[in-house]
Design a binder for this molecule. Structure first.
Ligand code: A2P
Length: 398
């Protein structure tokens, strides 16, 4: 009989199919089919390079098995298999697993530094549908609208793209993403992989009761997919995968407070959350606070509509790094300037934190929160990990 072994797996329900792990793995141990992204147990050498790059934590799954799940087994997973009951009759094998456990724990601790950690959905979140449309069986949507959100004079071209799904089912929740498959092939002759974009509309549609979904997309210099989408005209057809994402979701509890921290297009899920609250909650709600960073007002997506959201629903801090006549300011600077109100939010057991946007912001926000937590006589890292475990701390940075 084989010795039991530890196997690295990916949670297909949480994975958002961004393929970053596959592109990162130096052993080429990670691969995908139309359905899932999987780890080849024969090739994985537990180097952990894939752990910090995963935006969702779906990469951080381990099982002790007698025989490794094959790549084909994993392609067929709809969810992860339970850890099987394991009779440790073989002491030598048990000691081997424990030693490997310790080594993996050590490597994981190092890999997680700066990473988002293992995400968990809010306890009261609705159950998301994931991976309904795949690479092999994508949905076809029509461009219903393509509007520039940033002023023409601004050096950033951010667009509001509305996708119409017609009669096709596309059940989404705020905070989820969809993939867009750019047409054509890469230099190896393979079809392009989908690029992921956060949904910026609420679950009942960009326009309520319409089967449409909006995305917030920034034109990136030399960006294959962003240029493709930003140039699409009304009526054009696009191939869509998803929906993806099972953790960056909003609580259904109307008394929860949402503390949203974002830069640029990281505002997309926050728009979805805000519109959902606008459509569903009355005056009696837990409130929302937003720290939103952009270069200036001209390049801040949804500047006009945001200003119109009633203060009873959303307290907005718009923060500019390159506005004429103003000192450079980042979201973390404003969080520090507002430390008393943020401290109150950290003490509220119904506060949920959402961070979305540039990866660099994460470090800055961590530092600000460390100081604010200290003023409360507590440690931010401990509080953050408790909140994450409780499904109240969510990060999606790139
Ligand atoms: P900056 O003026 O330094 O580029 P972008 O327009 O590139 O999408 O960026 C959105 C905003 O995020 C900009 O105001 C940008 O400022 C800001 N930003 C850049 N780096 C960081 C960081 N490390 N922490 C917080 N905000 C940042």
């Amino acid at each position: 009989m084989n010795k039991p072994l530890k196997q690295h797996l990916i949670d297909p329900e949480v994975c958002i199919r961004c393929y970053t792990c596959e592109m990162t793995c130096p052993e080429e141990a990670i691969l995908h089919d139309d359905n899932n992204v999987v780890v080849d147990a024969d090739k994985c050498n537990f180097c952990m390079d894939c752990i910090p790059v995963c935006p969702t934590g779906s990469i951080d799954e381990w099982r002790v098995v007698q025989d490794a799940y094959s790549v084909d087994d994993q392609f067929g997973f709809m969810e992860l298999p339970e850890q099987q009951e394991f009779s440790q009759t073989n002491t030598e094998a048990a000691t081997g697993i424990e030693a490997l456990d310790d080594a993996i724990a050590q490597l994981l601790a190092e890999a997680h530094q700066g990473a988002g950690g293992k995400a968990k959905a809010p306890a009261t979140a609705s159950k998301p549908t994931v991976n309904m449309y795949t690479l092999g069986k994508p949905a076809t949507a029509k461009i219903q609208g393509n509007y520039r959100l940033t002023e023409n004079a601004s050096d950033t071209d951010v667009r509001h793209i509305i996708l119409d799904f017609g009669d096709l089912k596309m059940p989404v929740l705020e905070g989820q993403s969809v993939g867009i498959i750019p047409p054509g092939k890469d230099e190896k002759g393979n079809p392009h992989l989908p690029r992921l974009y956060s949904i910026s509309s609420p679950r009942d549609g960009e326009r309520a009761q319409y089967n449409n979904v909006s995305l917030t997309i920034k034109r990136e210099e030399n960006g294959l997919c962003s240029n493709y989408i930003c140039d699409l005209e009304k009526g054009a057809e696009v191939q869509i995968t998803g929906p993806f994402g099972a953790t960056f979701l909003m609580p259904e509890d109307p008394q929860a407070h949402l503390l949203m921290i974002c830069t640029g297009t990281g505002s997309a899920p926050m728009r979805g959350f805000t519109m959902r609250r606008q459509r569903t909650t009355g005056a009696d709600n837990g409130g929302m606070t937003m720290f939103f960073g952009a270069r200036n007002a001209q390049s801040l997506p949804y500047h006009g509509p945001l200003k119109k959201v009633p203060a009873s629903l959303l307290k907005t801090h718009l923060v500019y790094s390159r506005a004429e006549g103003h000192e450079k300011e980042y979201v973390q600077d404003r969080i520090m300037a507002e430390q008393d109100s943020v401290a109150k939010l950290l003490q509220n057991p119904k506060t949920h934190i959402y961070i979305c946007g540039l990866r660099g912001m994460e470090d800055g926000v961590d530092k600000a929160m460390t100081q604010i937590a200290q003023s409360l006589g507590t440690e931010w890292v401990t509080l953050r990990d408790e909140m994450r475990e409780d499904g109240r701390y969510h990060v999606e940075t790139y």
